[in-house]
Design a protein around this ligand. Structure first.
Ligand code: MN
Length: 227
């Protein structure tokens, strides 16, 4: 019953598929942005079993206080996997060279898939343009999609019009609460801006959130209300 995923060549080689039978709990987590402490609290709250799987929507790093700490936490636990976000991509491309970057960090970002799928779920950082086939999307587009025919934060947003066949889980666009639609689930709830860090519990179809304790300002114009 799962629709076949057909990617363009550059994406196909960076797509990773998981068979859900092999896992107990499955969680998908929004943008962390170097907020290791709130990530630790979320993981404590999820209380992972050995056969659980956690998929991050990317943007593990930048903006927050402890990007290396987040990298270490994710890399050291085989239950934690991530797609590449646009913030990892900026480092891969060499556009950003942050002070905290260590030997091996860039190679790690380069090793991250740009798409993860299981069942009818597709996890990408940005999103997909509902008016074009998945195969037509470049890596860059999957990582940065927001308003395919508009201008940044003004919308309409890709998920306003997207009606499947996949259920796409994404980050990148900050919302004051998770976007929950039949075919699109937005998980970036701005933890680095004093919002929350959100996980979606796939087995139980419910959101799990922890509050941030730090504050960094973000213009309200850059936080989207999905209602
Ligand atoms: Mn982000």
């Amino acid at each position: 019953m799962n629709p076949k995923l057909q990617f363009g060549n550059d994406v196909a080689t960076r797509h990773e598929r998981f068979e859900t039978d092999s896992y107990g709990g499955i969680y998908i987590v929004g943008d962390v942005h170097g907020s290791r402490k709130i990530l630790e609290r979320l993981l404590t709250e999820l209380d992972l079993a050995d056969d659980d799987l956690v998929v991050f929507v990317g943007d593990l790093v930048r903006k927050g206080p402890d990007s290396p700490g987040v990298i270490d936490l994710v890399r050291e636990d085989p239950r934690l996997v991530s797609v590449r976000g646009n913030n990892e991509q900026k480092i891969v491309r060499g556009d950003k060279d942050p002070d905290w970057l260590r030997d091996g960090d860039r190679e790690y970002f380069e090793s991250l898939p740009v798409a993860i799928s299981f069942d009818n779920v597709l996890v990408v950082h940005g999103g997909i343009d509902p008016q074009r086939s998945l195969a037509d999307h470049t890596v860059e587009e999957l990582l940065t999609m927001r308003s395919p025919h508009g201008d940044g934060y003004d919308g309409p947003f890709w998920y306003d019009d997207y009606d499947g066949p996949y259920r796409v889980f994404f980050g990148h666009t900050v919302h004051d609460h998770p976007v929950e639609r039949e075919h699109a689930v937005g998980l970036d709830t701005g933890c680095v801006y004093g919002g929350t860090l959100t996980a979606y519990d796939y087995r139980n179809d419910e959101f799990r959130t922890v509050e941030a304790k730090t504050h960094q300002e973000r213009a309200n114009s850059k936080i989207v209300d999905p209602a």
